[in-house]
Design a binder for this molecule. Sequence first.
Ligand SMILES: Nc1ncnc2c1ncn2[C@@H]1O[C@H](COP(=O)(O)OP(=O)(O)O)[C@@H](O)[C@H]1O
Ligand SMILES: [Mg+2]
Length: 280
Amino acid sequence: MVLRSDDVDTSVMVSSADRETAAAPGIPPPEDVAMSMQHAYLLYGKKTVLSDCSLDCKRGEVTCVIGLSGAGKSTILRLINGLRRPQGGHIYVNGSDIVGLPERDLIEVRKKMGFAFQGAALFDSLTVTENVSYPLYEHTKLSPDEIEKRVDDTLESLGLSDVADRLPAELSGGMQKRVGFARAIVNEPEIILFDEPTTGLDPIMTNVITDTIRTIQSKLHATSVVVMHDMPSVYAIADNIAMLFEGTIIASGPAKDFRRSQNPIIQQFLQGSEVGPIPL
Ligand SMILES: Nc1ncnc2c1ncn2[C@@H]1O[C@H](COP(=O)(O)OP(=O)(O)O)[C@@H](O)[C@H]1O
Ligand SMILES: [Mg+2]
């Protein structure tokens, strides 16, 4: 049989070197790294989204993941909380590799995480208080009184006490996002994942949201992974910045060093320029 080139689906081809990295044993990260993704491969069907993707997130710090639309940023968050499993590689969360864990163990891992989705994803028919209480009824054994206190404190810390009895539809988009944050942090998670918290907001609400993330950070000292591409917001909150490009993290490091990067892909992204190595 003659193999024609169009019989070969290159999108699922992994080179032998890639296969070795994907299958290589993971290396437990040092104690100060709360999340370590090592050589992750993720395909949706035949489409490779992440390829040899590695990222470390330092404990108690904010890491912003930047990248083009469709680059795979949300996918990275889904891998970190185990909503998706990679086809290769390792993902250490608090020292344990979660790849291959059975679902019941992943549920335990997720209890220590908060996930603020891209849309606020609130329950329409529940009030703000009921929405924010939900994870505590679902995942903890706290008494109703303890839950009420925890929810009141969380709403107060995010400036939401006045809207506690409202329904989501009665709130602005920015306010709904903050309620989504309140629900994500009410468990006092060790790791918080924020998916594009400022996308689609006006400049004032964007500032409110970045301030809210800073408030959360100073209250919980969590390890936060924030996907966003609005660079002023990134600089306002990031300790570290990582750039995802063509399936892999091409650079990561302290936010203050990132601006000075000589990498032409990073420079083009930061400047929002049409001219450069990034294909349009
Ligand atoms: N469940 C899915 N099934 C198939 N393709 C998907 C799925 N989720 C995302 N994709 C595709 O994978 C790529 C990366 O998606 P995503 O992680 O959402 O990117 P980003 O968050 O950077 O915009 C996109 O091309 C998207 O269309
Ligand atoms: Mg996304």
